[in-house]
Design a protein around this ligand. Sequence first.
Ligand SMILES: *[C@@H]1O[C@H](CO)[C@@H](O)[C@H](O)[C@H]1NC(C)=O
Ligand SMILES: *[C@@H]1O[C@H](CO)[C@@H](O)[C@H](O)[C@H]1NC(C)=O
Ligand SMILES: *[C@@H]1O[C@H](CO)[C@@H](O)[C@H](O)[C@H]1NC(C)=O
Length: 382
Amino acid sequence: MKGESSSSSSRGVMEKKNMAILPWELVIGILLMLPVKSLVRFKCVCKSWLSLLSDPHFAISHFQRLTASSSRLLFIAPPALEIRSIDFNASLHDDSASSTLNLNFLPPSTYHNVQLIGSCRGFLLLNCCQSLWVWNPSTGVHRKLSSTPIESNLMQAMFFTFLYGFGYDPSTDDYLVVKASHNPMSLGSATTRVEFLSLRTNVWRDVEATHLSYMNSSKGIKGIREGSLLNGAIHWLAFCCNGSMDVIVVFDLTERSFSEILLPVEFLDYESNCCDLAVLGDLLSICFGEWDHSVEIWVMEEYRVQSSWTKTIIVSAENIPAAMYFFPICYTKDGHIFGTDGWTGLAKYNGKGQLQEHRSYSQGSYRSQVAVYTESLLSFPM
Ligand SMILES: *[C@@H]1O[C@H](CO)[C@@H](O)[C@H](O)[C@H]1NC(C)=O
Ligand SMILES: *[C@@H]1O[C@H](CO)[C@@H](O)[C@H](O)[C@H]1NC(C)=O
Ligand SMILES: *[C@@H]1O[C@H](CO)[C@@H](O)[C@H](O)[C@H]1NC(C)=O
């Protein structure tokens, strides 16, 4: 016994020595390659690791290295508010590929009101009981955002918010939350009010948008639309009052200006039941639901070139019990299209539009909320 313990303690000394001769740069290099989950655990290894793993510069280098390999799905299903982080590359029936998260910074009685309205660089934007929160599910860091002047002004109560967006502006190293509201009572041309909040200042400002006149698209089952991030801009589907048609509204996060992208000409007078935007493999994509529960998925091969809209596949939700439509979210590693069934289910289709897997997460007629996020150690800008 005695001999054993002395040999294990001398092994301990050996290990310490080996650790000591590992150059610090090498330790950093190794840690940079590890997943966020491990790094969060490693914060308690020792003081120097804690300070390294809490260093914003380390978080940025780690984020830049790992973005390509660590995107997961955040899934929120009412009414019990099941919150999961899911590796969508694994089988949907593999429970080890998902973990349960909690929103313990919100009172449980408000859980059924939580809306997931944006995702950017590891942070998620949540709307709960008229308050906005930004949350990094990997580290647990969260912050309540200040409320907007619109909400605190009774005169403005006529406006209802129909678009939310959340993105990052590299030119100022800042995150922006964008919100567009529409006043249905106003008959003039400028009926849209746009505000944005900078996470650095936690202050809302109006976008100079006197000429904008958008409202919620009629082709949607969603009240509020969250934006899709691509090429440094947020994209939403909205109804353009001036042109009397649905368009893709684009907000450039650096320029802080609006522009439009036109939908495929085939759809200008098309009686689609519902439409949704997504970013599929770095291409802007739109899907159009047909009355028979099938969805046509189109991608814009060349950004902003209307003639480059290309129909890819038609995906039918008829083999999914009670499903309305399949809404694509992203591609998986093996080239399948991953998405939701419109309720609380997730599904995967192959490139030919054949159903590969489906899993329903809770009963009842609730709609789950989903967002792709990248695990990150990033903290809020100072
Ligand atoms: C799953 O695959 C996609 C597409 O290749 C990739 O971007 C993502 O990072 C992968 N996620 C994980 C957790 O490996
Ligand atoms: C737009 O959204 C509001 C509030 O959710 C809803 O009352 C209205 O019917 C919607 N309009 C259209 C055209 O979908
Ligand atoms: C409305 O659209 C027309 C073209 O369809 C354009 O000439 C005009 O400038 C637009 N008006 C506003 C206020 O944007």
